[in-house]
Design a protein around this ligand. Sequence first.
Ligand code: SF4
Length: 241
Amino acid sequence: MNSKTNVYHVAYYTADKSISIFFWGCNFSCTGCISKLDLFDYHLKDTDKKSKKVVFLDYQEVIKRVEKLEPKRVVFRGWEPSLDPDLPKLAESFHDELKTWNLLTTNGFIIPSLNDMDEIEISIKAYSDDIHRDYTGKSNKRILDNFTNVYEMDVKLRAETILIPNYINHQEIGKIARFISKVDPAIPLRIDGYVPIPGTPWRSPTHEEMDMAVDETRKYLEDVSYLDGNVSFKGEVMEIV
Ligand code: SF4
């Protein structure tokens, strides 16, 4: 009998023929974790999610469910995919059987085998360790070391962070950008605007606050983008699992 992976949800995007594979569980306890608000892909309708149950798949089932769609790109995302021991095997199967471009998104605390990853996106929540500990429950030292080490590997590296007004503000995001620039100023950074989670004291950033963060990071980095919740979505999202 095959053992189950941590995979509990799979979504397919018609616009770019990509799939997102959602893994259960995390080794961080971020106060503003979006997964606490929404277990499933946020593009799916709330009415479809209400009755949805969490089921875990074995890794062959994951491939089987998506192979007919002939995906071009696979995003391994979370919660936190690196905790699943089956992740490297799954990535290898996607490469071998479906010839996909594999992207791992991770908090960077554990770096699994990247043999079958084409790209990795490491989330750096804060550069100041006291803020990082406060927000995630963990020191960022290991993540910053891992970020530098992954740069030396044969995989495309990008970074992501989150802008939270009056907490992880434009100055803090600037410190993250300065750190990344010392590794390589060409590494892309995406800034996500905070989405308020019930029970947290923070609000979403304004356009002006996002502009300030982008301007600050562009002092150090060549390729900065942002997501503020106003991005139009092309095509359809299909729930596969
Ligand atoms: S690292 Fe990501 S998935 Fe884990 S708690 Fe933080 S926001 Fe949530």
